[in-house]
Design a protein around this ligand. Sequence first.
Ligand SMILES: [Zn+2]
Length: 227
Amino acid sequence: MLRDLISLIYPRQCAGCGEPLLKHEEEVCNFCYINLPKTNFHKQALNPVKNIFYGRVELETVSSFYYFQKKGSVQKLLHAIKYKGNHTLATILGNWYAEDISADQAVMQSACIIPVPLHRRKLKQRGYNQSEAFGKGLSEGLNIRLNTTLLTRAEHTASQTRKSRYERWENVEDTFEVAPDDSLKHKHVILVDDVITTGATIEACCQSLQQIEGIKINVLSIAFATG
Ligand SMILES: [Zn+2]
């Protein structure tokens, strides 16, 4: 009753198209939900997002939920997540993706879900880590625990000039540190990110995670952006 009243005054809007949401709809209207561009990469052993890591880092399942297209609905969803503080939307996307990805054996045998850590400065600005919010949704849907303490950003003030041109271009501002955890030796884990473009951040995370002997890394993201 109160919720109905509030939505009369402040209609809840779809994060994809801006139309008012119906009572049963959460964050995204049914029309947008049906038309969001799923990649279905998890159904292909070799797929475009897995291919970008070829020769760089060895991974198990690599998949993204949606295609990111400039000015498309997925860009609007990510905008709401990153700049409008809509962490509920990120978690809902994780819930939805869990339904699709639960058919994947390598993903399902994972011991934990590890979000790509956010820069401390950005965490302060945004108030939450969008990859963690997505990971929370996956965690709920897959019943695999979220691990937010294993991987952290190693923040340092190395001058930009000491970095390679590649690193500067990629804007990989820092490296990652992994806490020693023997319980994850020879186990599968799921690393989650919001958008994968060149894969530089994921690669840096994996290099740190691979300090754990025999670890097998799956990578899942909300979206995959080509070129
Ligand atoms: Zn919509």
